[in-house]
Design a protein around this ligand. Structure first.
Ligand code: F6R
Length: 589
């Protein structure tokens, strides 16, 4: 949620570097954007409403500068206007600030500042920070003033500030992501690595409750004590192209297609590590899977997989609800967090609660070095590479693959689990061909004008029906809902009218007959049945054939629905990479 980025170094195109970095962070927020750069000892600003992707920096280069910050916004406080877009400046225009997160006590702080005579130009919580900093600068040097300011802020945030007369960047994080990129005598600070990946693969991680000051080089301090901390430079193995669209029209379709490879990458883990973690699960007094949105659906699906494969019960709670369940946690409890970004605020808060109760935490995450990665006792990286489309696709199936592997490992069948997933990866490779895409395009054209659709499944395909519905909602904006097939007759079947599309996720197992019967009930009320199934059936009005992946069926079944959601989004002229109202990486509660 919100992308922030800073540059300091010898390159005089600091402003242009920020714009190109913000374009890579746009998936984090895209309702407005802005850049602040130093012109001598003063800040100059450029702010716009809309998507930064539409701004042509070649035609409109920014004036020369060697120090700049920028922001791509997902509005929290105040509407989408130029005034509310970041950066925000102090009244002398020497300091500029960008911020990701929420300052919970901004109202009190703002009141005090107004009483002192500060004038606010925006409705944001962020503007409070810049005036507070400027106030502390009256009696302190910039770094001390920054420490004092940050100590007064409550909430989760990542903040970047520049002071032009001192040519310094100050950055700090408390619960929202922020990473330093280390180039040749130049430094970057960003919410996420893709912002500076074209410049450097060397990074330094800022931990929570730390502040970094960049002038000659980065100096790290603990926020609460002010003590300086040593940091290592780490080289990450992402290729710059992995964060680019390449020949694809959108990131979403690129990431769907990448699933030919990402399942292999996910399961390419050290066997002894997976076996060790399986022992942790077996030894725990209760295991709870937590995640938000799509990751929560993955957790829900995994509970079926653990039951079937490992004959083991695992609990599932959505991240935002988990704190209310904390009373059953013990020191021997295990909490498994599933997250693409490793930065989702609700999941992070759940993990903090788990840790307070002494429970052990295992994270299954994509972004290495993320907050979840660093706060967990154990972590498995799914190695899907940057996922930039807001709707999760490749991370989802990789998370499912890892959890399936763990379930097999819990049943002392790691080899069998790997074999199943390798075969599934091969099947996905065969399935994702141009003819398949065309078949789904044809379906999308048939149903694109409906305003409601439903997805049903049973057993592990029930959470996949819920996930299918999220995918359709997010990018096509069609009202979509997922149900356990058996539940329809208890209420939702009243929603079916003539022609309503209903996707049935049908596995080739003991659940097949039931789901076909549920689909038949829908058809009897006029529903248009789209069967996602290895076998055809008379009841299907449209059949999307999927390979029979056995216990890997949830991984395979979701892929055609991801493709359908993408095709519907494009046909309905939505931008599938940046759906309205949403942002990748939800770092606010
Ligand atoms: C939906 C989607 C979201 C995320 C959720 C959690 O396509 O991507 O529902 O799954 O916001 O995000 P992570 O996985 O980063 O914790």
């Amino acid at each position: 949620m919100c992308g922030i980025f800073a540059y300091s170094g010898p390159n005089k195109k600091a402003g242009d570097i920020i714009i190109s970095g913000l374009k890579k962070l746009e998936y984090r927020g895209y309702d407005s954007w802005g850049v602040a750069y130093c012109k001598d000892d003063k800040v100059d600003l450029m702010k716009k409403v809309g998507k930064i992707g539409e701004f042509n920096v070649k035609e409109n280069p920014l004036p020369e500068s060697t120090l700049a910050i920028g922001h791509s916004r997902w509005a929290t406080h105040g509407g989408v206007t130029e005034a509310n877009a970041h950066p925000h400046t102090d009244s002398e225009e020497k300091i500029a600030i960008v911020h990701n997160g929420i300052i919970e006590n901004y109202r009190e702080l703002k009141k005090e500042l107004i009483e002192k005579g500060y004038e606010f130009k925006s409705e944001t919580d962020t503007e409070t920070i810049v005036h507070l900093l400027s106030d502390f600068c009256k009696t302190n040097d910039f770094i001390t003033a920054a420490k004092l300011t940050l100590q007064k802020l409550k909430g989760r945030y990542a903040v970047l500030a520049i002071k032009c007369d001192e040519q310094k960047i100050v950055a700090a994080r408390r619960g929202s992501p922020l990473i330093v990129g280390v180039g040749e005598k130049e430094y970057f600070v960003a919410s996420d690595i893709p912002a500076f990946l074209e410049h450097t693969r060397k990074v330094m991680y800022i931990d929570d409750n730390e502040m970094v000051v960049v002038n000659d080089k980065p100096h790290f301090y603990e926020l609460d004590t002010g003590k300086e901390v040593d940091k290592r430079v780490v080289e990450i193995d992402w290729e710059p192209e992995s964060a680019e669209k390449g020949d694809f029209e959108h990131f979403m379709i690129k990431e769907i297609m990448e699933q030919k490879d990402t399942i292999y990458r996910a399961i390419n883990q050290k066997d002894d590590e997976i076996l060790r973690l399986a022992e942790e699960i077996k030894g725990a007094f209760g295991t709870t899977l937590i995640g938000c949105g799509t990751a929560a659906k993955v957790c829900h699906a995994a509970s079926y997989i653990f039951s079937k494969v490992a004959k083991r019960h695992v609990n599932v709670v959505v991240g935002s609800e988990f704190p209310s369940y904390k009373d059953f946690l013990k020191e021997k409890s295990l909490v498994i967090a599933v997250s693409q970004s490793g930065e989702t605020a609700d999941t992070l808060e759940a993990l903090e609660v788990a840790k307070e109760k002494g429970a052990k935490v295992l994270s299954i995450i994509n972004v290495e070095g993320s907050t979840m990665d660093r706060m967990s006792d154990y972590a498995i990286h799914i190695k899907a590479g940057p996922e930039k489309a807001v709707a999760s696709t490749k991370a989802t199936t990789s998370q499912l693959a890892i959890l399936t592997l763990l379930a097999y490992a819990c049943n002392d069948e790691l080899v069998e689990g790997k074999r199943l997933l390798i075969e599934a990866a091969g099947m996905i490779n065969d399935m994702l061909n141009p003819r398949y895409e065309e078949h789904i395009q044809t379906l999308a054209e048939k149903i694109k004008d409906f305003e409601s659709m439903y997805v049903i499944g049973k057993a592990v395909n029930y959470p996949m029906a819920l996930e299918a519905a999220i995918k359709l909602q997010e990018v096509s904006y069609i009202h979509a809902e997922g149900f356990a097939g058996g539940e329809l007759k208890h209420g939702p079947i009243a929603l079916i009218s003539e022609g309503t599309p209903c996707i049935a996720l049908v596995a080739n197992d003991e659940t097949r007959t039931d789901v076909i019967n549920n689909a038949t009930e829908v058809k009897a009320r006029g529903g248009y049945i789209i069967g996602v199934s290895p076998e055809n059936d008379d009841i299907f009005d449209y059949w999307i054939k999927v390979p029979d992946g056995g216990n890997a069926s949830p991984i395979i079944n979701i892929i055609p629905v991801q493709l359908l959601a993408y095709k519907l989004a494009v046909l309905r002229q939505n931008n599938p990479d940046m759906p309205r109202n949403l942002a990748k990486s939800v770092t606010v509660k």
